[in-house]
Ligand binder design. Structure first.
Ligand SMILES: NC(=O)c1ccc[n+]([C@@H]2O[C@H](COP(=O)([O-])OP(=O)(O)OC[C@H]3O[C@@H](n4cnc5c(N)ncnc54)[C@H](OP(=O)(O)O)[C@@H]3O)[C@@H](O)[C@H]2O)c1
Length: 339
């Protein structure tokens, strides 16, 4: 099968940063689906893993977002059969999706939303799982609008991949949703996806929130530059409020700043469940099924903004370059397998 991957971890402008290679089609394990890929999406995890690390002995395949068709199933698979159309993110401890065929544990996959194209569907799994787990599991927000009357959330980095779907989920849950964006295009996109108000991530948040009438900020979902925003988040959050970040810190941060207001701070990593095989690992399949239902009902929409074809290392390099600019709006997908 055709795959794109790397042996050396290099900047994207280097010829060998991503290369095309023929590899064997992998054989499914007990609970695996062998999926024929139709479209994949890129995420910052791809660019982070591409650029750092020791030289690889075997081709390292990146990519943790896919939509495709089940080709074969492992002996213990019960939920899927060949021919099923699926979408999923996968596990960072296994090979990624940048290849013609890919293996995924059935517990973290779901049937693709019927009303979305393969490209529109491939854009969604990783960011949807991150947004869902961050909002409803880590921050403990209720999905029912009646429970969230009068409550407000700030989404930092609202127009990016995760932000674009987190806005939709937060709005649907009945919260007052404030997003951050620093450009006209990102402000417009964030408003289109559910932001009631927009402030900038280049000025302290508290004063800007007061100016738009948000006096009590119950939740913050930090989707970019945790270090940069650490003090501004703690200054802006309400007493006993909750902050969730999905971005690792590069510097140690002072957690004692959380104490005076009794603030809860929590990290979200959407690969935790698959990485540790946690007891609730199957919840990722369930979340993707719930999301598929919401896409089909028209309550959520795909955040796909750009498709690059055909599938090869060159197209993936273009996608990585765009992501590394830090100015992505919504999601970029690579498709055109076999073209
Ligand atoms: N923990 C997890 O499970 C998990 C999952 C997914 C992603 N992540 C991480 O979350 C981060 C965001 O991922 P993503 O896919 O949403 O990224 P993305 O699509 O690349 O985000 C792009 C957006 O970031 C905004 N931005 C740029 N600089 C910013 C800053 N200093 N403060 C706030 N926003 C800023 C930009 O808005 P403007 O153009 O308006 O400035 C742009 O729209 C990445 O670091 C990624 O690795 C973690």
């Amino acid at each position: 099968m055709k795959a794109a991957g790397l042996y050396k971890h290099l900047p994207i402008d280097q010829k060998e940063s991503l290369i095309d290679q023929e590899t064997d089609i992998p054989a499914p394990g007990e609970r695996d689906l062998l999926v024929k890929m139709k479209a994949v999406s890129v995420n910052p995890v791809d660019t982070k893993l591409r650029s750092k690390g020791e030289e690889e002995e075997n081709l390292k395949i990146l990519g943790w977002d896919a939509a495709g068709i089940v080709e074969k199933t492992g002996a213990a698979v019960t939920g899927f059969k060949p021919g099923d159309e699926v979408y999923y993110s996968g596990s960072v401890s296994r090979q990624g999706t940048n290849s013609e065929y890919h293996l995924v544990d059935e517990r973290i996959a779901a049937e693709k939303p019927k009303n979305l194209s393969f490209e529109e569907a491939a854009a969604m799994p990783l960011t949807s799982l991150t947004a869902w787990e961050g909002l409803f599991e880590r921050l403990g927000i209720s999905e029912c609008p009646e429970d969230n009357d009068g409550k407000a959330i700030l989404l930092i980095g609202a127009a990016g991949g995760v932000g674009s779907i987190a806005l939709q989920l937060a709005k649907r849950a009945g919260l007052k949703v404030v997003g951050t964006a620093s450009r006209e295009e990102t402000e417009q996109w964030a408003r289109k996806n559910g932001a009631d108000d927009i402030i900038t991530h280049y000025e302290p948040f508290k004063k800007q929130l007061e100016e738009i009438g948000v006096k009590n900020l119950d939740y913050i979902f930090c989707l970019n530059s945790t270090d940069q925003h650490w003090e501004a988040m703690i200054e802006a959050i309400a007493p006993q409020g909750k902050i969730c970040s999905i971005v690792e810190t590069k510097e140690p941060q002072d957690i004692s700043l959380l104490q005076q207001k009794s603030v809860t701070f929590v990290m979200e990593f959407m690969f935790t469940k698959a990485l540790f095989g946690t007891e609730d690992m199957e919840s990722q399949g369930e979340i993707l099924r719930k999301m598929a239902h919401l896409f089909e009902k028209g309550e959520l929409h795909s955040t796909l903004t750009e498709t690059i074809r055909p599938f090869n290392a060159e197209s993936l390099k273009k996608a990585h370059q765009k992501l590394e600019s830090g100015k992505t709006i919504g999601k970029i997908v690579v498709s055109g397998f076999g073209e």
